[in-house]
Design a binder for this molecule. Structure first.
Ligand code: DUC
Ligand code: ZN
Ligand code: ZN
Length: 473
């Protein structure tokens, strides 16, 4: 493979920014070179196979989206992005690694389900990918299998306190899985909502004829996210398991996490762009059945209650560790429409794998986070949290050459007809305007996107065997 010099750009890391050139040899970053430095020869540009001119642009590590659900079977249908379409869309948006979820449902062996997910993804991914394992049936066999999966590079496990009868684990099951997690060092990921109480509220709303998408949000109040988050933290305390709470949307849940972190607990929070920008009132409460576009769990929260601003604050304080998408797309036609007369039948999920970097960059433009924090929450921390650092998440010699050239003078108009490559018939982000644009994307040294043109191929991505989390004490 070729040598590439990315010249003239400002490299952004989690700790700073520097005008420096990046030299790539094959799949790997081999050096960072001060412009004009004599050690490696001033005519370096003349001696490499390709030069990418990044003058006036940011050079950042490729995005790491640690929470996606490509072709996930859910709610009587299947998420509309395959590994092929979803990872290509991710590449357009500057994400070069995803960590998706293999799913065990009751009665299945953990290893079997992981093998199924390998089969779906292998040879079909535009970018590198790893797997977390969802344990939908915590029993002796699954707990014993956790150890085996860790040796295969699947070092994080997800449990659900929601969705009784589907993926739900009771407190005893959570405790047992967490004990194994504590013993092995594997990260325990938690969907923290009190599913038993939610199901009761759902049936009460439906009995009253309150069937519209808005009631999806109303039936999942923040108290039931806060309560479950607190319970998960306490169970983690008892067992000593490291805990990563996924898709946190309620500020009170984050306060629980911040309090636990304040006393030194290994507890981490993830949030998603939808919880930072969108709301119960404006999106879920849209007229007619429109709100179905934004039915996801945890739900969008009330703007009047101030969740969105508090979430941005917790990103600044570090209590939100990383930002992922929970990309779980469903089309309106034939999918979201399953719940046209009953919100509880709307498949839960929002598509956004393509827009995370842009949406979070808008947070930089709006003065909510720094450039460094942008890179940290979108790439560096997810790579560390999920055992991929320093191969991923940083521009540094020895790292995979997953690099994004980002143009702060570019512009991105998001919409289903505009920049959208996800397999969806609508965009949850329709009309969003971003004051920046992904310019060039390299995945392990191969240019896969250049100014909105896809240059990669369907089998570019490789499975990433992950180490244990590098964020734990
Ligand atoms: N939440 C969603 O919105 N979709 C997939 C699963 C989940 O927990
Ligand atoms: Zn979840
Ligand atoms: Zn999810």
């Amino acid at each position: 493979m070729a040598t590439i010099l990315i010249s003239g750009g400002t490299v952004i890391s989690a700790t700073g920014r520097q005008l420096i050139d990046v030299l790539i040899d094959g799949e790997t970053i081999v050096a960072l070179i001060e412009p004009g430095s004599s050690t490696l020869g001033t005519d370096l540009a003349g001696n490499v196979d390709k030069v990418i001119d990044a003058t006036g642009k940011y050079v950042i590590p490729g995005g790491v989206d640690a929470h996606t659900h490509m072709q996930m079977p859910f709610g009587g249908t299947t998420a509309s992005d395959t590994f092929e379409t979803g990872t290509r869309a991710a590449a357009f948006g500057g994400t070069t690694t995803i960590v998706d979820f293999a799913i065990q449902t009751p009665g299945q062996r953990l290893q079997e389900t992981l093998a199924q997910w390998h089969e779906k993804a292998a040879g079909n991914c535009a970018i590198d990918y790893g797997f977390h394992q969802i344990i939908g049936d915590v029993n002796d066999e699954s707990i014993s299998a956790m150890g085996e999966l860790i040796t295969e590079g699947v070092t994080s496990f997800k449990l659900f306190m929601a969705y009784p009868g589907v993926y739900y684990s009771n407190d005893g099951q959570i405790l047992r899985a967490m004990q194994k997690s504590a013993a092995t060092g594997a990260l325990m990921m938690m969907h923290a909502e009190n599913g038993i109480a939610i199901d009761e509220l759902v049936s009460q709303h439906l009995k009253r004829g309150e069937t519209s998408p808005y009631y999806h949000g109303v039936s999942r109040p923040w108290q039931l996210e806060e309560e479950a988050t607190h319970r998960a933290i306490m169970l983690a305390d008892v067992t000593g398991a490291p805990l990563y709470v996924v898709h946190v949307s309620a500020r009170q849940a984050l306060e629980q996490i911040a309090t636990a972190r304040g006393r030194g607990a290994n507890v981490f929070a993830e949030t998603c762009p939808q919880y930072l920008y969108l709301s119960l009132e404006e999106q879920l409460g849209a007229p007619g059945f429109e709100g179905a576009k934004w039915v996801c769990s945890t739900p969008l929260r009330s703007r009047a209650e101030g969740h969105q601003d508090e979430l941005w604050k917790f990103i600044r304080t570090g209590d939100v560790a990383g930002v992922a998408t929970d990309h779980c797309p469903f089309c309106m036609v034939d999918q979201k429409e399953l719940g046209i007369s009953d919100f509880s039948k709307i498949p839960n999920g929002i598509g956004g794998v393509e827009h995370r970097l842009d949406l979070m960059y808008q947070g930089v433009v709006d003065g909510k986070i720094t450039l460094e924090r942008w890179v940290e929450v979108c790439a560096t921390t997810p790579a560390r949290m999920f055992g991929m650092y320093p191969r991923k998440g940083v521009i540094s010699p020895g790292a995979d050459a997953d690099v994004v050239v980002y143009d702060p003078n570019g512009h991105t108009s998001i919409g289903v007809e505009k920049t959208h490559h996800m397999n969806m018939d609508y965009s949850a982000w329709e009309g969003f305007e971003i004051d920046g644009a992904v310019d060039t994307v390299l995945s392990r040294g191969k240019k896969i996107v250049e100014r909105r043109t896809y240059l990669g191929s369907r089998a570019d991505g490789r499975f990433v065997r992950r180490e244990l989390s590098q964020n734990l004490i």
